[in-house]
Every structure is written in C-alpha cells, then in structure tokens.
Write a protein that binds this ligand. Sequence first.
Ligand code: AMP
Length: 249
Amino acid sequence: MKIMVATKRVVDHNVKVRVKLDGTGVDLTNVKMSMNPFDEIAVEEAVRLKESGVADEVIAVSAGIAPCQETLRTALAIGADRAILVETDDDLQPLAVAKLLKALVERDRPDLIILGKQAIDDDSNQTGQMLSALCGLPQATFASEVTVADGKVTVTREVDGGAQTLALRLPAVITTDLRLNEPRYVTLPNIMRAKKKLLETLTPDELGVDVTPRLKTLKVAEPPRRSAGVKVPDVKTLVQKLKTEAKVL
Ligand code: AMP
C-alpha cells in the first residue's frame, strides 16, 4: 500500500506574526518557517502505518517555493521514503494545491492520501475536501484514529459533541486532527539519512495545472486590541459592573 502525505511550509507556530504596514499580508522577513503541525501528524501517521507493516511506501509532497525542500527533508527524516516538490513562486491557494495533488495522485496512484485538517497560516480547511471532490474519492476529515484493514480504512472523526466513525473504501482522502498522534522528535542520524533520499522536483506546468489565484486578498489587519481588565474587590461589585457597564445582565 502506498501513502501520499501533503506537507505545507508555514510560519512556525511559536512565531507571533506581524501584519505588513500596507495591509497586503503578513511580514515573513526573517521569520522561522516549519512544517504545518497538522502535516507533521499526517507524516507521523503514514510512517506508523509503514512501520506496522500496513504500508510499503510513504511519499511526502509539498507545493511552493524552493525552500519547501526543507519541509520535505523533515518529512523524510520522520520516515517518508521519497519526496516530491512542485516548485512555483506563485501564491498557491487551496484549489490550486488540490489540483496539483490530484495530478500527483493520478500519476503515482497512492491508496491513501493524508493531509492536515488545515494550514495554520491561511486556516482555510479546504484542500483535503477539494482534493477528494476533484478525484471522486471518499473523504474522512478531522481524523483522531485511523485503522487500515481488508482494503478499507476506518476513521474516527472529531465532530461537535463527540466522535463519528466512518469506513471508507480505498483509495481515500483523510485529514488529520490534533489527537491522532504525537509526532516523534526528528533525530540527527535520521536527518543525515534523509539527505540521501530521493527528492523529485516538478513544476505546475509539467503537471498541466494552472495555479492562477482565484481569490484576491483585499486587506489583512491585526485583530482589534483588547482593553485592559480591572480587578473588582467583591462579587457584589462584579455583578453591578456586569449590569451597568457591560450590560450583560
Ligand atoms: P488548507 O486547506 O490550506 O487549510 O490546508 C489543508 C492541508 O492541505 C494542509 O494541512 C496540507 O496538508 C495541505 N496543503 C495545503 N497547502 C499545501 C501546499 N502548498 N503544499 C502541500 N500541502 C499543502
């Protein structure tokens, strides 16, 4: 069984991003970039499926600028067997990424495609769903447990107020949620080993995909500042303030 995993290079989750003064986006100068956390979970899950003997090959894919190679090397160090970079300087939106992944799915024929539930930079939560629709494949989003057996995958999904379990015929698309697993630390020997693994580079043109953006960002703004809180001496004052100042009672 072959598993394809999508990994996006995003601003590291510990970085406090700043909006550019002209409001056109987020300032990425000298900002630490890492693999999208949900994609680390996706790679970890694929590698665990390989280690348990369910899968034979794990292919990591990223789309974007040349430094996405670093993200792919991390995926290879976690345990992916080979990687594919679809290199472009164009701004990639979820539909374009889904089309690129579809082209790779048609070319490499994976049995399972695992993506993160969302990228923490754009928070779109769209690519997995779009990929599934474009390929006509079953999908299970927000996975917190994945079991593969007898040509099907059983996925427990995080839903409002509980969990839902679905059985999907393979090939299928899964998107990961936080509780699926805890990704391993990448060790130095594995980083060294990853340098020798195959990293193929393609372009959107070679895959016959038009990645022209369909959406235009009109403005990016900081969230409104919260005013400072006050300490109240007792419950009576609190209730009074909630009535007279906040007007919520
Ligand atoms: P999004 O729909 O943008 O929130 O992204 C959901 C998931 O799609 C991510 O967690 C990744 O697994 C995948 N994805 C999105 N953009 C890219 C990209 N440029 N390269 C590789 N995978 C991506």
